[in-house]
Design a protein around this ligand. Structure first.
Ligand code: ATP
Ligand code: MN
Length: 465
């Protein structure tokens, strides 16, 4: 038989050109039938649905058919016909089947039955082959694409900020050291400390916790830039919303104040939700059915509503008056915990919330100081089920105020000279924010644990795969 070019399942299922010969390749999800006819459900990851292969059993070598079990990889050539059965528009009448690789039913872990998320994490090398992870990974891709599209369409430039950084002053979290020194026998100074002058970069270096500071440099030249890259935090937080390695989207905009910043954040988040609603409906319907019956409704409602904007001080008042017993007691000055964020979003306002003007002592040195001398122009976006999804602010553009704040917070001025210098030459009001990519995927997929929305999670005590 002449060799026919492979067609993806997603395209075959949409096709109405019946009675032509096609080739499909993929992994067997199930095989059922009897000694006359067999049905193979084949999936190639291009779409959540399988294509049905109909096999006229007597016409095939028994040895080949025996190899076709759940998990095996095959190439099937045959006629694409309108399906007589319910549940699929088309099916393939197999004429030729080639088995690439078998999957021994005695050991292949992904047999046709429900598996716990915990178990699937232990087989992260195979879990992309499940319906759930297929759906999550396709949505993750779609979201990444939509992010680039949004910024490109809005005149932002994609700026690549370094992964290895020489400053540990960003203050966003504990950092991972990057070094080529011999851990067992590092060069020492006279006082016994490690001599980092002999390290690869001639100084201490770390994996970045955020691309913001460098993104600001870009914004102060190109007006609007964004980063979209991996960030690393060596915090020992074993929660369903923290990873040690996660992806962050950080737009920075010159000539934006905090209100412009909030408008952008809200428009951007709504665009992303709408994009996935429009482009990933099959995957969303699957996740809605299997995991979270409220998912699609929740996504639609965050599209329709205007986010509630209020300042931190007012929010603290609401929490204090709520009569709720929080694990972490509330008073002015405390950093909000997940339980507080959830109360505001899910019980009090019942919509996404943007909190502004936080106490300066719980926020970073670069945030613009308010005239009250107590608060800074921070803005965090809080989402249902997630809590903080975006952290942002207007940045301090006043040279003297920035330097003073660095000193107050023990940020070494000489190390941050390049950042501070942008306030000396042609400084402008500017703002930006960071969106945690996985938290957004978590929200959109309705999954419960952040470990299940990234292909290969990095968490404390876990760097397998
Ligand atoms: P949180 O208080 O939730 O730990 P944060 O205040 O440390 O977050 P920022 O430094 O403001 O977070 O980072 C910006 C965004 O990055 C957050 O709004 C969140 O969406 C995401 N993010 C922060 N830390 C993590 C993490 N460890 N894993 C995944 N996403 C994260
Ligand atoms: Mn934050």
């Amino acid at each position: 038989m002449e060799k026919i070019k492979r067609t993806k399942v997603v395209d075959l299922l949409k096709s109405t050109e019946y009675d032509r010969t096609v080739n499909v390749k993929g992994w067997v999800r199930t095989k059922r039938g009897n000694n006359k006819i067999a049905f193979i459900a084949l999936n190639d990851g291009s779409v959540i649905h399988n294509i049905q292969i109909v096999v006229d059993v007597p016409g095939f070598d028994e040895e080949i058919l025996k190899k076709i079990t759940t998990g095996a990889s095959v190439s099937v050539t045959g006629k694409l016909v309108k399906s007589l059965g319910k549940g699929q528009p088309v099916e393939i009448q197999a004429a030729e089947i080639e088995v690439y690789g078998t999957a021994d039913p005695a050991t292949y872990p992904l047999q046709k039955k429900g598996h716990s998320m915990e178990f699937l994490r232990e087989i992260a090398h195979l879990r992309p082959r499940t319906n759930t992870f297929g759906a999550v990974l396709r949505i993750r891709h779609s979201l990444a694409f939509a992010i680039h599209k949004y910024f490109n369409d809005h005149g932002f430039f994609y700026l690549h900020t370094p992964i290895i950084t020489g400053s540990d002053a960003e203050g966003a979290g504990e950092m991972f050291r990057v070094t080529t020194l011999d851990a067992k026998n590092p060069p020492l100074l006279e006082n016994g400390e490690v001599n980092f002058k002999e390290d690869f970069f001639g100084k201490q270096t770390n994996l970045t916790v955020s691309g913001q500071l460098e993104a600001e440099l870009g914004a102060l030249a190109l007006s609007q830039v964004y980063t979209f890259g991996p960030t690393f935090r060596a915090e020992n937080s074993n929660t369903p919303r923290h990873l040690a390695e996660f992806w962050m989207i950080e737009p920075e905009m010159a000539f934006y104040d905090i209100h412009d910043d909030m408008d952008l954040a809200e428009d951007f988040l709504k665009y992303l939700v709408q994009y996935v609603l429009d482009h990933n409906s099959d995957d969303l319907e699957f996740l809605n059915k299997m995991f979270d019956k409220e998912l699609i409704r929740r996504l639609q409602s965050t599209m329709e509503t205007k986010y509630k904007r209020l300042d931190y001080t007012t929010a603290i008042g609401i929490l204090e008056k709520s009569g709720k017993k929080f694990e972490f007691p509330v008073s002015w000055g405390v950093d909000l915990q997940a339980e507080h964020e959830k109360y505001l979003v899910e019980q009090h306002f019942k919509k996404p919330v943007i909190l502004t003007d936080y106490p300066k002592d719980i926020k970073a040195f670069y945030m613009k100081q308010n005239d009250d001398n107590k608060t800074v122009r921070a803005m965090d976006v809080l989402f249902p089920r997630i809590g903080e999804i975006i952290g942002g602010s207007q940045r301090e553009e006043d040279y003297d105020k920035l330097v003073r704040r660095c000193n107050e917070m023990n940020i070494p001025e000489q190390e941050m000279w390049w950042y501070i210098e942008t306030r000396k030459y042609g400084t402008v009001p500017h703002s930006g924010f960071g969106l945690g990519f996985e938290r957004m995927v978590l929200f959109i997929t309705g999954m419960k644990n952040i470990r299940d929305v990234i292909p290969f999670p990095r968490t404390p005590q876990n760097a397998e795969f």
